[in-house]
Design a protein around this ligand. Structure first.
Ligand SMILES: N[C@@H](CCC(=O)N[C@@H](CS)C(=O)NCC(=O)O)C(=O)O
Length: 204
């Protein structure tokens, strides 16, 4: 088994957080995105989209997509449950994971790709105005997440889940476009962030 990884990109970090919480060790190989290793034919054969993470199983099966990889490990090692413990929790984790990804992490990623020099020759056309719109949208959604995080300890309920790792990775990546966890504006988000930072997985 081999996990194709990258130390600074947000999606691979979700998998590392997930593995750390489950105390699973997996051999990893870094894909250098700056040197465009992800665009090499051998890597595109594993994931035609040219994105990390990718998990290759011993039988050669290549699993791309962060959530698919996390699902694989959830089945292999159910404890601690990170996708919810029953039907209700699983539905809530799924709901909040998608919201964290679609409403926070993705707009932050678009803002980065459309305003940062890194994205200049990776996007078909870099549109800084679109990047700014995405940045503003993520900030507005964080106001909402702050309210939600005042209602329960973790994003989807009483136990930490893959929804929290998705939010943490997206939010921390926000640093690259100047988004910081502002405790004045988002006190409950800051409390949650501090709790996440105290977990043994935080350095993953
Ligand atoms: N939908 C994919 C997205 C993966 C993704 O966007 N990976 C980024 C790093 S966070 C990547 O490999 N980007 C390379 C590039 O765009 O050149 C997933 O959930 O794993």
């Amino acid at each position: 088994m081999l996990l194709y990884d990258n130390p600074t990109a947000p999606h691979p970090r979700i998998v590392r957080l997930f593995l750390a919480e489950k105390q699973i060790e997996v051999p990893r190989q870094e894909i250098n995105l700056t040197k465009r290793e992800n665009e090499q034919p051998w890597f595109l054969a594993l994931n035609p989209l040219g994105r990390v993470p990718v998990l290759v199983l011993d039988d050669g099966t290549a699993i791309a997509e962060t959530l698919a990889i996390c699902r694989y490990f959830e089945y292999e090692r159910p404890e601690p449950p990170l996708f919810g413990r029953d039907a209700r929790e699983q539905a809530l984790v799924s709901m909040w994971q998608r919201r964290a990804e679609l409403e926070i992490a993705r707009p932050i990623m678009f803002a980065f790709r459309h305003t940062h020099p890194w994205g200049a020759d990776r996007e078909p056309r870099q549109v800084p105005e679109w990047g700014e719109i995405c940045r503003a949208r993520a900030l507005k959604r964080l106001d909402w997440f702050d309210i939600e995080l005042g209602k329960r300890p973790w994003l989807a309920g009483e136990i930490p889940s893959v929804a929290d790792f998705t939010l943490l990775s997206g939010l921390d990546f926000g640093r690259v476009i100047g988004i910081k966890v502002d405790a004045e504006r988002w006190p409950r988000l800051a409390r949650w962030h501090a709790s996440m930072r105290q977990r043994p997985s935080a350095e993953a």
